[in-house]
Design a protein around this ligand. Structure first.
Ligand code: SF4
Length: 305
């Protein structure tokens, strides 16, 4: 018998076209969790259609494309955007390193950039992973040449897209209030007014949350995790920093603190992995194998749709 999804209002659908990513970041969450074999495009899209319709019918309204690097599979992305284009959703967003956004892509028989193609299919919200305001610090965290951020932001402005910078908080990078504000100044100099500072995941019940983890990346993550609550307290004391609200996310496993500083939206998010309940869906995880899972911990959380 198929699984009952329950009420998925306020539950995200996290969609992974692939786990592949050449960036190989030292702190990559994808490398801390179980990976499965990738389904070919046609099968993936047909399974996605069914899973998305089930998600939508259960009240879900937020689709997040993530990975791995989702833009490594542009045909899957374009196919999914077409499938969801007629549904009234609250949010459709991509999380990307940006490395492929300016590469050529043939779309509707025209040579455009991938960013133009995605925009043409209705994708307006882009969450770009940028983990430092200095290029060489960004580069030392990853194996692949980092994206040309300035050019992406320029093209996004021309296409009237929404850009948010996503910065992972790390002790030796952006890890205290002073560094946070330098980063904010850098984002503003690019014309970006929306920044999300993400805490490294807290990994509870490690026999469950870390069962499939790359040990070197797990050690790096543990060594770089900041004292998130203290940092947020310090941020509240910064002049002109207005605290707006706290959001609970992912069925109380995560919290986001949202501020405004002179017109810039600045958010701080933290998440515990490994405390998800087994009888409810924390995130509808649609994985590269073309199957849906109720959390990120392993094959045992697969949903029978
Ligand atoms: S860009 Fe993202 S998916 Fe790719 S290695 Fe870095 S953290 Fe992982």
């Amino acid at each position: 018998m198929a699984d009952t999804l329950g009420d998925l209002t306020n539950v995200d659908m996290k969609v992974y076209p692939t786990n592949e990513c050449k960036s190989n970041c030292h702190f990559c969450m994808t490398d801390l969790r179980w990976k499965n074999t990738e389904a070919p495009t046609e099968k993936y899209l047909s399974n996605f259609k069914k899973a998305f319709e089930d998600y939508f019918n259960a009240g879900g309204r937020k689709v997040l494309f993530t990975g791995g690097e989702p833009t490594n599979r542009p045909d899957k992305l374009i196919g999914m955007l077409k499938l969801i284009s007629n549904y009234p959703l609250d949010l459709v967003v991509i999380y990307t390193s940006g490395v492929n956004l300016l590469t050529p892509y043939t779309h509707n028989s025209q040579e455009v950039t991938l960013l133009q193609a995605l925009s043409g299919e209705g994708l307006k919200d882009y969450n770009l992973s940028v983990h430092h305001y200095e290029l060489h610090k960004r580069q030392e965290l990853t194996s692949q040449k980092v994206c040309d951020l300035e050019s992406i932001v320029e093209e996004a402005k021309e296409l009237d897209l929404n850009i948010r910078l996503n910065c992972t908080l790390m002790k030796d990078y952006i890890g205290n209030a002073q560094e946070v504000m330098k980063y904010v100044d850098y984002a503003r100099s690019l014309g970006v007014q929306d920044i999300y500072f993400r805490d490294l995941f807290h990994l509870a019940n490690r026999d469950r949350s870390c069962a499939h983890a790359n040990k070197a990346k797990l050690a790096f993550t543990d060594s770089q995790r900041v004292d998130f609550d203290t940092l947020v307290s310090e941020i509240k004391l910064i002049p002109n920093m207005q605290f707006n609200e706290t959001l609970n996310r992912h069925r109380e496993n995560g919290r986001t603190y949202i501020f405004d500083h002179l017109g810039t939206r600045i958010s701080f998010g933290t998440l515990v992995v490994g405390t998800e309940k087994e009888d409810e869906i924390t995130y509808m995880n649609f994985q590269p194998d073309g199957c849906a899972y109720r959390d990120m911990n392993g094959p045992e959380s697969k949903l029978d749709l």
